[in-house]
Design a protein around this ligand. Structure first.
Ligand SMILES: O=C(O)c1ccccc1NCC(=O)[C@H](O)[C@H](O)COP(=O)(O)O
Length: 225
């Protein structure tokens, strides 16, 4: 799986259509967040996911920590992929892998100021149970692990790409202006963005999405040439 572009934080059907019309195939839905402040209702997410074509993917972004709970919720939503953003144990990851070989599992690697070694060890420990890793950026001011709009040390991401036997999706503060350089430096298999594609009104901006895709495709072509 190469050169995937995911857009996360879809807030409604209109936004999903805009993103799909732009040519993006992977849509991320953060649901049942610990904050309780989901941007979309589960029923609207289900309706959007139901209408996706086989080459498109609805991705549940979740902090759930138990394999049974993740599996049940994925079935309810009809998603074929899940992005596990919490500190799920290796045991539960292994259980999820065993019970749901059909589910595409992404495990987050949330980069902090000083946790590179910890993340490299996590890659070694759980790689066999996941299909892809996804980096993200920790915000020490709020404790948030996702949708922070912040970049992190890309040398850490590049090291994670080199270490991982599984492909890596790069996320964390990507936007139309930095995505090409991020891809050149980190050489990920996939990229994801959320807040960097929003306009002042908090909705995804078609011009930003178009530029993001153009810049990303150019850089992917360079690194795979
Ligand atoms: O997207 C969210 O709202 C979200 C909330 C809580 C945890 C993770 C979340 N999203 C995960 C993603 O894949 C985001 O796109 C990723 O965090 C990058 O966000 P940004 O830095 O704003 O591009």
């Amino acid at each position: 799986m190469k050169n995937i572009i995911q857009v996360a934080g879809i807030i409604d059907t209109k936004e999903a259509q805009l993103v799909l019309d732009s040519g993006i195939d992977w849509l991320g839905f953060p649901l049942r967040l610990p904050s309780g402040k989901d941007d979309i209702t589960e029923s609207e997410a289900i309706n959007i996911i139901k209408q996706l074509t086989p080459n498109q993917a609805g991705v549940l972004i979740s902090y759930m920590l138990e394999a049974d709970e993740v599996s049940t919720f994925c079935s309810q939503l009809g998603v074929k992929a899940v992005q596990l953003h919490g500190d799920i144990t290796t045991k539960e990851l292994a259980k999820l892998r065993a019970m749901r070989p059909d589910l595409f599992i992404l495990k987050s690697l949330v980069v902090k100021e000083d946790n590179a070694e910890e993340l490299l060890s996590l890659v070694d420990e759980v790689a066999e149970y996941v299909d892809m890793f996804i980096t993200d950026t920790f915000d020490p001011r709020t404790g948030a692990k996702g949708a922070t709009g912040l970049t992190h040390n890309w040398e850490v991401s590049a090291e994670l790409v080199r270490r991982s036997p599984k492909p890596l999706m790069m996320a964390g503060g990507l936007n139309p202006d930095n995505v090409a350089e991020a891809i050149r430096q980190v050489r990920p298999a996939a990229i994801d963005a959320h807040t960097g594609l929003e306009g002042a009104d908090g909705r995804k901006d078609p011009a930003k999405i178009a530029k993001f895709i153009a810049e990303a495709e150019k850089a992917f072509a360079e690194i795979t040439a």
